[in-house]
Design a protein around this ligand. Structure first.
Ligand code: PMV
Length: 311
């Protein structure tokens, strides 16, 4: 049987992270420049073998713990395919999405892995099924994921997402350029989400009020995107960052990059994803992206990337 390959993009959250776990809306877009790629090929006479050199993994699938995210993803496909056992296959995973950095690396690996295995096993899964399977893996990784990462990555579209509801797609009225900058600090989403939950349990009224504030910001951001109001979107991103700091998920390195982006001419900047490290995003006029990226590198970013949301 010939080898098959599947690929999935990274993502950024334009507004609404954390509050989205508590039922408020959020906006996310795919980032096609960073990707997870999975190839499945024959492994004649051998076991199902899985290798992910980026994380130093090379093992028989059967030797991974049953609740290992990669094992869960493959097992989900086996069940969906109605197969008693898997074919002898070799699964290779490569990703250019930094891990634990707010760019959706876990969800992208799950989606590409599920797609490649399904294709290899000859089972046609809908995006909805792929999204459901990837969500189950996210649950193992994060505890209480909203589902926004697996959704934006499965569909590869800009999404307005609300937990438990069908997502809506949104379209920008004019091209929007974002500079993404990495603090280089690993920050597993499960930890920040867990800490926010503890704080919410201790001060439910305060946190609910802040999450409502974020919801308002997300509606404003969507309106701004859909009407071509770049300054309005920048303002919404800045307001979102204020609340994210209050919630306790920013950190000095993120704050420094956010400030550097604004100093270099960004019309808005905020952390993106779980926070306390990982990546931040800045909204740039297209002619300003290079200058902003340079300002971010000078302020300590270990990597910058420019992405565009096209109308
Ligand atoms: O850090 P990331 O890329 O996994 O972003 C997750 C976004 C959160 O809102 C913090 C969690 C979630 O499940 O929505």
């Amino acid at each position: 049987m010939g080898a098959v390959t599947a690929s999935a993009p990274g993502k950024i959250i334009l507004a609404g992270e954390h509050a989205v776990v508590y039922g408020r809306p959020a906006l996310a877009i795919p980032v096609q420049q960073v990707r997870a790629d999975v190839t499945v090929a024959e492994n004649p006479g051998g076991p199902v073998w899985i290798e992910a050199p980026d994380i130093g993994l090379s093992a028989a699938l059967a030797d991974l713990p049953a609740d290992h995210p990669l094992a869960l993803a493959v097992e989900g496909v086996r069940q969906a395919a109605g197969l008693e056992r898997l074919l002898a296959m070799r699964i290779s995973i490569h990703s250019t999405i930094p891990i634990a950095a707010g760019l959706g690396s876990g969800a992208a690996v799950s989606v590409a892995l599920i797609r490649a295995c399904a294709q290899y096993l000859g089972v046609a899964l809908s995006n909805e099924q792929i999204n459901d399977l990837a969500y189950r893996v996210e649950q193992r990784l994060h505890g209480t994921p909203s589902g926004i990462d697996n959704t934006v990555i499965t569909y590869g579209l800009p999404v307005f997402f609300r937990r438990g509801q069908a997502f809506e797609m949104f379209t920008a009225a004019c091209p929007l350029t974002f500079v993404i900058a990495d603090t280089g600090i690993h920050s597993p989403t499960a930890e920040t989400v867990g800490d926010v939950r503890k704080a919410w349990q201790a001060h439910p009224e305060t946190y609910e009020k802040w999450f409502d504030e974020v919801a308002e910001i997300v509606f404003n951001a969507r309106r701004a995107i859909e009407s071509g109001d770049v300054a309005g979107l920048g303002a919404a991103m800045n307001q979102n960052q204020v609340v994210l700091r209050r919630i306790g998920v920013s950190c000095p390195e993120l704050d420094r990059l956010v400030e550097a982006a604004r100093d270099a001419g960004a019309s808005g900047a905020k952390l993106s994803g779980g926070g306390r490290g990982g990546n931040m995003i800045a909204l740039a006029g297209p002619e300003m992206a290079e200058q902003i990226a340079a300002g971010l590198s000078a302020a300590g970013a270990v990597r910058t990337l420019v992405t565009e949301l096209k109308p």
